[in-house]
Design a binder for this molecule. Structure first.
Ligand code: C2O
Ligand code: CU
Length: 461
């Protein structure tokens, strides 16, 4: 038994047995209507799950007890989702990273009452990417996500289909939704918040709802779609032998060209698509590594050893199917470069406010002309970490503290980490449909912070 208990904190050091097979969320069933609309159904319900034998945990899920199926659609396709709320309270479903009309956004202005049905519909109009969906009710986002309401939303397009990339879902193309949890008397315990309101931190890691997971793979190249679906924990992902992997995509889609890295950091809500090369018969673990100095409280809950912790083990077959080399070029850059910026706005983040004000459902914080590109300067004026998510758009990171962004921030992004006392400059093009009556959101995606008021609203007119 590889778990070792420390006396200081009845948590574990970060070494696990990898004794359970990784669950892969099923692809959601859909039906095609005569006009080509792809229709999905998502039922939000409460249930229970035995994450470990003999210990029953109450959970929430979509179309099942915990988490949700992977939705998949193509660029140009009209989609409709029939969302039924079978939970005992009001919730909502937000399509994180999706470019769509604000009335379909699923944020706090589109609540779905207990027992009600909501049927958003839009046309997919953005490149291939790994997006996700989760509840976004005003003030209760953290508790709803933490109980298990989250799923992936994969978009495809013709351009990415021509690239030689691993693409067989569940075989050489794996969703990896990472969440930290804490159990108390069998139930998820959300009460553990670390000092200065950073938010909930768990002491165990679930990947796609599996504790201590391994996955057998039979291909040389394995694509992992990493999603930080945790409410506050920031991960610095890497492999146990420090091998390099290719980063091929960020939040909103593929990079211009793969970047060779040995670590990729994701704050809550961010995604990264990486491709790792396997050798026959080997076992290698994806792990979480310490963050920059000063953020060590994010790893200390797994204290012991080197402060890194296991996430998922890949087990390669003795004979691997050969795969072609990754293409040198993936896609043309799709995000704006800021040179045509119409105006600059600044946002100061300090718990639990943005620009000195908490979220107000009746206040519009920015009115933006449709089709313009703006420069948003977002400053973390706090000693604690924050991040920044903007609905409807994929932006480009122009700089971090005045310097060119690292490779992992050079693709389309909808969520960006902002370290304590750090500043990012973003180029954001707003081409959502004009609708002066329905706001989109921007907010910190550490969900406790969002719920406490670190959120603002913009309209596109
Ligand atoms: Cu992932 Cu406003 O949210
Ligand atoms: Cu925050």
């Amino acid at each position: 038994f590889a778990w070792v208990f420390t006396t200081a904190d009845v948590s574990t050091v970060g070494v696990v047995d990898f004794d359970r097979e990784l669950a892969v969320p099923p692809l959601a069933q859909s039906r095609l209507e005569a006009d080509g609309t792809r229709v999905f159904q998502l039922d939000m319900r409460s249930g229970q799950r035995e994450f470990e034998p003999g210990r029953v945990t109450p959970t929430w899920g979509f179309n099942g007890d915990h988490l949700g199926p992977t939705l998949r659609a193509r660029r140009g396709e009209p989609v409709r989702v029939v969302v039924r709320n079978g939970l005992p309270e009001t919730s909502s479903v937000h399509w994180h990273g999706m470019h769509l009309p604000p009335v379909m956004d699923g944020g706090p202005h589109q609540p779905v009452a207990a027992g009600a049905t909501w049927t958003p519909q839009w046309q997919v109009d953005q490149p291939a990417a790994t997006l996700w969906y989760h509840p976004h009710p005003h003030g209760e986002t953290e508790s709803h996500v933490r109980r298990g309401l989250a799923g992936m939303f994969i978009l495809d397009d013709d351009e990415s289909d021509t690239l030689a990339l691993p693409r067989t879902y569940g075989v050489d193309d794996l969703p990896v939704m990472v969440q930290d949890v804490r159990f108390r008397n069998g139930a998820f315990d959300g009460s553990h918040r670390i000092f200065r309101d950073i938010g909930f931190l768990g002491d165990r890691i679930l990947v796609n709802g599996t504790l201590s997971p391994y996955r057998e793979v039979g291909d040389e190249l394995i694509r992992l779609r990493l999603l930080n679906a945790s409410t506050a924990r920031i991960y610095n992902f890497g492999f146990a032998d420090d091998r390099e992997f290719a980063l091929i995509g960020t939040d909103g889609g593929l990079l211009e060209r793969p970047a060779d890295l040995d670590r990729v950091q994701l704050s809550p809500g961010e995604r990264a698509e990486i491709v790792v090369r396997m050798r026959p018969g080997e076992r290698v673990a994806l792990r979480g590594y310490p963050l920059a100095a000063g953020l060590d409280f994010f790893t200390q809950r797994f204290s012991g050893g080197d402060d890194s912790f296991d996430i998922l083990q890949l087990r390669a077959a003795e004979t691997l199917r050969p795969t072609p080399q990754l293409p040198a070029t993936l896609v043309a850059q799709q995000t704006p470069d800021g040179s045509a910026s119409a105006r600059e706005r600044t946002f100061d983040l300090r718990f639990a406010q943005i620009n000195g004000q908490p979220m107000d459902m009746n206040r519009i914080d920015a009115t933006i002309t449709r089709g313009t590109t703006e420069t948003w300067v977002v400053r973390n004026a706090d000693g604690m970490p924050h991040n920044f998510h903007i609905h409807d758009v994929q932006f480009r990171v122009l700089s971090v503290d005045g310097s060119a962004p690292p490779a992992a921030l050079r693709g389309p992004k909808d969520t960006v980490y902002i370290g304590p006392n750090s500043t990012v400059r973003l180029a954001v093009r707003f081409d959502g449909p004009a609708d002066p009556d329905t706001p989109y959101m921007f907010h910190c995606h550490l969900l406790w912070h969002e719920d406490r008021g670190m959120m603002g609203q913009f309209v596109v007119v």
